[in-house]
Design a protein around this ligand. Structure first.
Ligand code: SER
Length: 342
């Protein structure tokens, strides 16, 4: 008999790393799909690792034949900065890949006769504030405001939110015998900051990069202005949010996509807290106007009332705790271990 499993795409990435290490000790049977082989310690936690692309429908057919997937965390994507260099590839992976996964989930759901929970991380990149004046006037942006993304990645995320809604509610609506079998749930993440992995290809990367470079005693030039403000969240809260959303009773969910935030901070707030922890750090600014433009189009803060009300989202780490109790000590430990191993 096929055993029920959780499928995680992009498992080797930042969120995937946190999710696998949270789910495995809780006894979940995890199968993963990532373009790169997983690092050894992570691979040891999973039941089966598939190496390949989410754009490869035949690979998904193999997964379908072997496993009964009851929950999908679809994390694989090209992030916002990388997507601007290769927009058609980004579209192929971010949209085409998500479409493949939604079809896969529908077929899984049909084969075991109940909905497959499909968790999808969207992003603040789904927003597009037209100007800095609008950004400062907007305050806490709600899900249905300013959804006019300026990046390929943001367009992909916003559209995939809609696709998920289609699969959950209206799939093949003119075919009398078809029941939608995808229970699609999605969050719009703010910038995520992890102490154990470094991001690649994102535009909010200046925040985690500043911290990791300082811990490694390397100089860092921040690519946005000191006053640049967006919402952030520490990775453990991000992972907890996905798990909590996945576990929420369906009838409590009033939306497809939920804003999330833990704290808003400017680049100079982050620089100051990093300098307080690493007084020897050398952190300057070398503003990249293009990436600055992207971050300027993202809200300074978002309204996450719906997530708090509907499924009890409640981040543990505010700005001060995120740095004091999670980022600085965990990063210190990480680089101390690496120095010891050398
Ligand atoms: N943090 C992501 C990025 O910068 C946005 O989701 O691309």
């Amino acid at each position: 008999m096929r055993k029920p499993v959780v499928l995680i795409t992009g498992a080797g990435g930042e969120i995937g790393h946190g999710l696998v290490t949270r789910l495995a000790p809780a006894g979940a049977l995890i199968i993963t799909l990532d373009v790169n082989p997983l690092e050894r310690p992570l691979a040891k936690l999973v039941t089966r690792e598939f190496t390949g692309s989410i754009t490869d429908a035949s690979l998904l057919d193999r997964v379908l034949a072997e496993f009964e997937v009851e929950r999908v965390f679809h994390l694989a994507a090209l992030l916002s900065a990388r997507s601007e260099f290769t927009p058609t590839t980004a579209h192929h992976v971010n949209v085409g890949g998500t479409l493949n996964l939604l079809e896969f989930a529908q077929r899984q759901g049909e084969s075991h006769g109940r909905p497959v929970t499909f968790i999808y991380p969207s992003s603040i990149a789904a927003y597009g504030l037209p100007s800095l004046a609008d950004k400062s006037a907007a305050g806490r942006v709600r899900e249905d405001q300013y959804a006019r993304p300026t990046t390929m990645y943001g367009c992909n995320k916003l559209y995939c939110e809609q696709l998920g809604h289609y699969y959950a509610k209206h799939y093949k609506q003119l075919s009398a015998d078809v029941i939608p079998r995808v229970d699609f749930r999605c969050v719009r993440f703010p910038g995520l900051i992890s102490a154990v992995t470094t991001p690649s290809g994102g535009t909010s990367d200046y925040a985690p990069e500043m911290i990791h470079y300082a811990a490694r005693s390397e100089r860092y030039d921040c690519f946005v202005r000191p006053d640049t403000m967006i919402p952030f969240m520490a990775m453990p809260d991000g992972v907890e949010a996905l798990l909590r959303l996945a576990a929420a009773p369906r009838e409590q969910l009033t939306r497809t996509a939920y804003n999330l935030t833990a704290f808003s901070a400017s680049a100079s707030d982050i620089r100051n807290v990093v300098l307080a922890a690493f007084p020897e750090a050398s952190i300057g600014y070398a503003v990249d106007q293009k990436r600055q433009g992207i971050v300027d189009s993202w809200p300074a803060d978002v309204d996450d009332t719906a997530a708090r009300n509907d499924w009890g989202f409640s981040p543990e780490y505010d700005f001060s705790r995120a740095f004091r109790e999670y980022l600085i000590p965990t990063i210190n430990e990480r680089y101390k271990d690496q120095t010891k191993r050398k």
